[in-house]
Design a binder for this molecule. Structure first.
Ligand SMILES: O=C(O)CCC(=O)C1=CC=C[C@@H](O)[C@@H]1C(=O)O
Ligand SMILES: [Mg+2]
Length: 339
């Protein structure tokens, strides 16, 4: 089966006809981000979000632009479900802040993802954070995300210890595909019942299927933006033949809407999705942000409020920076078909 060909991009002036760059302050610092800057585009089919993190290069950002265009110019595939279970996300905060962070996600939380292996912290910080979550939610499904921050022996030791709190899976424990395979094997050898999920090995690899082909993960984390849009992400999951968890890219409600479309269109949705991250943000562009209620998000449209777009608009120099970035990414992506 061939991968969906990316649709061609509209001309730059059409793309930027109704483009807004906003700055959304976070309530809780997440992956070093305290204010999330992102660009929102309106096209004939609705709204799309172009928000590659500032440190990402133009080649990586091209997939994000295709995803924004796919949403705003082509819309979303038909949903198979309208209620999407989501997990709460706990950044690498001190254990004492866990109750406050979980409180942001409201009642009815049934799954939690905990960030671990943060630079400058050690395993006892991770263990304390995971234990604090488990103490508050004895029956929740817990997973950890190391963002590739461990090496193989450290991952095995850490997951043996953290696994005592009953973990469903560990997301990207180590950086490479070969490393993921080694962790998966090592956990099985030690009888540690924690599955291995691939995130960066899907969204940052030139070949998002390499991890599945290598048998290196039990499940995939898929994000609409870095994979070039909802349709392409659906293709990746179909071709990988593995269970998938849909997750956010720390988007505003506009990008979350694309994640919901992906989660809604997948044939199977065995895990709660990481789409609750608007709860970590202080501001959004919708009057009624896509924040989970009773552990789930309902599929609905995400149309930014003009007053909020204006109120959250970035200063002129930041707008220039984003416009220049889109111009470069558009020029580089025109005609180029990603691998
Ligand atoms: O999956 C979730 O619960 C929330 C989303 C999330 O964790 C992420 C969003 C944005 C950037 C990533 O570093 C991070 C991730 O690694 O999955
Ligand atoms: Mg991750």
């Amino acid at each position: 089966m061939a991968m969906t060909e990316p649709a061609s991009l509209p001309p730059l002036d059409e793309l930027l006809d109704d483009a807004h760059v906003v700055a959304l302050p976070m309530r809780v610092r997440f992956r070093g981000v305290e204010v999330r800057e992102t660009m929102l585009l309106r096209g004939p089919a609705g709204w799309g979000e172009f928000g590659p993190f500032p440190e990402y290069g133009d080649a990586e950002a091209a997939a994000w632009l295709r995803a924004a265009v796919d949403a705003a110019w082509h819309g979303f595939p038909a949903p198979r479900r309208t209620r999407i279970p989501v997990n709460a996300t706990v950044p690498a905060v001190p254990a004492a802040r866990v109750p406050e962070v979980l409180g942001r996600f409201g009642t009815g939380v049934r799954a939690v993802k905990v960030k671990v292996a943060e630079r400058g912290q050690d395993l006892s910080d991770d263990a304390a954070r995971v234990a604090a979550v488990r103490a508050l939610l004895p029956d929740a499904e817990l997973r950890v995300d190391a963002n590739g921050g461990w090496d193989v022996p450290t991952a095995l030791a850490a997951l043996e210890r953290l696994g005592e709190h009953r973990l469903a899976y560990a997301e990207q424990p180590v950086p490479t595909v070969a490393g993921l395979a080694a962790v998966r094997e090592g956990l099985a050898d030690r009888g540690v019942p924690v599955l291995v999920a691939a995130d960066e090995s899907v969204r940052k690899e030139s070949d998002p299927l390499a991890v599945a082909r290598a048998g290196a993960a039990d499940l995939l984390v898929v994000k609409a933006a870095p994979l070039g849009g909802v349709r392409r992400a659906l293709d990746v999951v179909a071709q990988a033949g593995l269970p998938a968890v849909v997750s956010s890219a720390l988007d505003s409600s506009v990008g979350i809407r694309a994640g919901l479309a992906l989660a809604a269109a997948l044939p199977e949705l065995p895990y709660a999705c990481g789409l609750g991250t608007v709860s970590l943000m202080r501001e959004d562009v919708l009057r009624e942000p896509l924040r989970p209620v009773d552990g789930a998000l309902e599929l609905r449209e995400a149309v930014p409020d003009p007053g909020l777009l204006a109120a959250r608009a970035v200063p002129a120099d930041r707008r220039r920076w984003w416009l220049e970035r889109v111009r470069r990414v558009h020029a580089g992506a025109a005609g180029a078909v990603p691998a």
